[in-house]
Structure formats: structure tokens, C-alpha cells
Design a protein around this ligand. Structure first.
Ligand SMILES: Cc1cc2nc3c(=O)[nH]c(=O)nc-3n(C[C@H](O)[C@H](O)[C@H](O)COP(=O)(O)O)c2cc1C
Length: 150
């Protein structure tokens, strides 16, 4: 069965919890999952991933978390051909900021530019809402599972 890579960038741990939840939802359905922080992902390994789920919070003025920025820089420098990669995207942010959830859009844009194809909708958790990120992650992962290739 397809291996699902869940790759996250975080500053204070919320994206890691979400990544763990998404991996658990896929694991429950029999998928093999690999969860990794983006600092530990080599851009040159990305092209071989059939399915990658990106999870990232936003920091500063709409910037990437420190653990995701080097990965994004490397993507734009090394420019791997990602035409065989399907990805899904889950962002965490806070609507108090004008730059709400910018980081996941930045990552999405780079992946699409390099030929990767998105599956499903981009989730955008709002820390100002009453919905816990893990609750949104569970619902979103269930929806994503229905879109997975056989
Ligand atoms: C200093 C600081 C700056 C932030 N900047 C933004 C921002 O520009 N846009 C946004 O949508 N959220 C912003 N956030 C909200 C975080 O993205 C949100 O709290 C998220 O859940 C943190 O996830 P993490 O624990 O995985 O880093 C900021 C939070 C902090 C503490």
C-alpha cells in the first residue's frame, strides 16, 4: 500500500500534534505512515514520495516557522521535479493576523510550481476559533481518506 509521508513545520508544537493525528487517521485505515519535521526532510527525497501531507503553522508577518523555512528555501534552490508527487495541505494560523495562514500557501505555491498535484482542499485552522486543531485535523483527514487513490 502507498506510504503516506506527513511532514510538518512548527514553532510551539501544534502542527506536530496535528501531524500525529493525521498520521494516526491514515494508520487506522491500514496505510503505512512516516511522520517527520521538515528540518529532517531532504528536498531531494521528496520526488520519490507518492503522497505527502504538509502541515505548517505561520509565524512573524506571515512567514514560515523556523523548522520549515530551510526546506522551502531548498525547494526553490534545488527545484526538484515533483510531477509524480501528490500532496495535501493543512495550515495553522490565527485570524487576528492579516497574514492568516500564509505559510501553508507559500509551501503550496512552491509545490505546485514544481509540478506536484494537490489532493483535497487546504485546511486552515484558526487559533481564534473554538475548534481545537486536532478536531479539524480528524475531520479533514477523514475527508482526505475518501479521495485517496485506490
Ligand atoms: C509570534 C507569533 C506570530 C504569529 N504570526 C502569525 C501570522 O502571521 N499569521 C497567522 O495566521 N498566524 C500567526 N500566528 C499564530 C500561529 O500560527 C498559531 O498559533 C499556530 O497554532 C501555532 O502553531 P505551532 O505551535 O505549530 O507553531 C503567530 C503566533 C505567534 C505566537
Amino acid at each position: 500500500m502507498t506510504v503516506v509521508h506527513v511532514l510538518y513545520g512548527t514553532e510551539s508544537g501544534n502542527a506536530e500534534m496535528v501531524a500525529d493525528d493525521i498520521a494516526a487517521a491514515f494508520g487506522d485505515q491500514g496505510y503505512e505512515t512516516v511522520t517527520a519535521e521538515l528540518t529532517d526532510v531532504d528536498v531531494s527525497d521528496l520526488a520519490a514520495m507518492e503522497i505527502a501531507v504538509f502541515v505548517s503553522s505561520t509565524y512573524g508577518e506571515g512567514g514560515l516557522p523556523e523548522t520549515a523555512a530551510p526546506f522551502h528555501d531548498a525547494l526553490l534552490t534545488e527545484r526538484p521535479d515533483l510531477s509524480g508527487v501528490r500532496f495535501a495541505a493543512f495550515g495553522l494560523g490565527d485570524s487576528i493576523y492579516e497574514t492568516f495562514n500564509n505559510a501553508i500557501e507559500t509551501i503550496r505555491a512552491a509545490l505546485l510550481e514544481l509540478g506536484a498535484e494537490q489532493i483535497g482542499t487546504t485546511a486552515k485552522h484558526d487559533a481564534a476559533s473554538t475548534t481545537p486543531a486536532t478536531e479539524l485535523a480528524d475531520a479533514w483527514a477523514r475527508e482526505l481518506l475518501t479521495l485517496m487513490p485506490a
